[in-house]
Design a protein around this ligand. Structure first.
Ligand code: SD4
Length: 325
């Protein structure tokens, strides 16, 4: 018996014994390799990020592989000063420092991440360098920044006058409450599936506005903010990172899809898992997007207001996500 079949049969038995309904949705043809519905590249990103999605989609249309497309795609938002949660122009922590987190994961299951990095705009590209040019997965703080300079990244102060003004206004009260859907663009998590069926993803953010100095959220944590498995699919998250980390949200979605759940159902179940630990209507937002290797997509959030953008026939289309509330 093949190793995979053995574990597959064993897991059916164990979950049956535990009364877990997880595997009920497994398709009949479990051993068959998933088939792509189309060879058209698919790109999908959290929130309203048409330019970023257009960039990655068009690159893949030109034959550029998913990893390069996703890193170039999210770079659009990293350079966008109007996005107050990503790259230059992002809100600082409560001490006035802008620190960025990012990760990438590719079709081979390789990954890299940088955390709490100052003075570097394109941290997703930096995470790719960690993945490709070091023996490590995570680099944090000054180590990551020094590595960036070694790789030729320019030093760029990230606190813009507009962000400084917002921070100074916030200091008047210094009240920290994670805000839900303040704007319709935010942390960007992007998933790309190229014409050759290769998946890659990236997540890049400044994290929560006015976070404690040194705080790192889910976005650069592989399995929480992003997970990619080329046999199955990929998922990425936005919202309150602490809640995503506690359920290892993106990994959970991919594992549910591995067991036959659609991307939509897998996102819904993962949000349900977060809510099951809370009781009542939480005052924070979490949103997930996911795609499977067949090219189906899903999105779900706790509160109304979350949206996602995807690429189809040369166009970026923004649609509201379904939500619990
Ligand atoms: C974090 N998940 O650092 C990020 C923040 C975010 O939309 O996604 N904001 O917790």
């Amino acid at each position: 018996m093949k190793r995979r079949n053995f574990f597959s049969k064993m897991s059916v038995g164990v979950s049956g014994f535990l009364g877990i309904g997880l595997l009920q949705a497994r398709p009949q043809n479990w051993n068959a390799k998933p088939k792509r519905l189309t060879n058209s590249p698919l790109s999908i990103g959290t929130w309203n990020c048409p330019e970023a999605i257009q960039t990655s989609g068009q690159l893949m249309d030109q034959g550029i592989p998913a990893l390069e497309a996703v890193v170039k795609g999210v770079a659009v938002e990293e350079a966008n000063e109007d996005n107050t949660t990503v790259g230059i122009g992002a809100s600082p922590d409560r001490s006035g420092l802008v620190t960025l987190d990012a990760c990438v994961m590719d079709a081979k299951g390789d990954c890299g991440a940088v955390m709490a990095v100052e003075n570097i705009v394109h941290v997703a590209r930096l995470a790719q360098h960690v993945m490709e040019d070091t023996p490590h997965v995570n680099l944090a703080g000054v180590g990551a920044e020094e590595f960036a300079y070694n790789k030729g990244f320019p030093k760029t102060p990230l606190l813009t006058p507009a962000a400084e003004k917002r921070w100074k206004a916030w200091l008047q009260k210094s009240e920290f409450t994670p805000e839900i859907n303040v704007e319709n663009h935010d942390t960007i998590g992007m998933l790309c599936l190229d014409a050759r069926g290769k998946l890659s993803g990236s997540c890049t953010t400044s994290g929560l506005a006015y976070k404690m100095k040194g705080r790192v959220g889910d976005s650069p944590i592989i399995g929480s903010g992003l997970f990619v498995d080329n046999e199955v699919g990929a998922a990425t998250a936005t919202g309150l990172g602490e809640a995503v980390i506690k359920t290892v949200g993106s990994f959970l979605i991919v594992e549910l899809m591995r067991n036959g759940w659609s991307p939509q159902k897998a996102c819904e179940e993962t949000i349900r898992r977060i809510l099951s630990k809370k009781g009542g209507k939480p005052d924070f937002q979490v949103g997930f997007i996911a795609i499977n290797i067949e090219g189906e997509k899903g999105a779900y959030s706790i509160h109304k207001g979350f949206s996602y953008t995807y690429y189809k026939s040369g166009k970026a289309i923004n649609v509201p996500s379904a939500s619990v509330y």
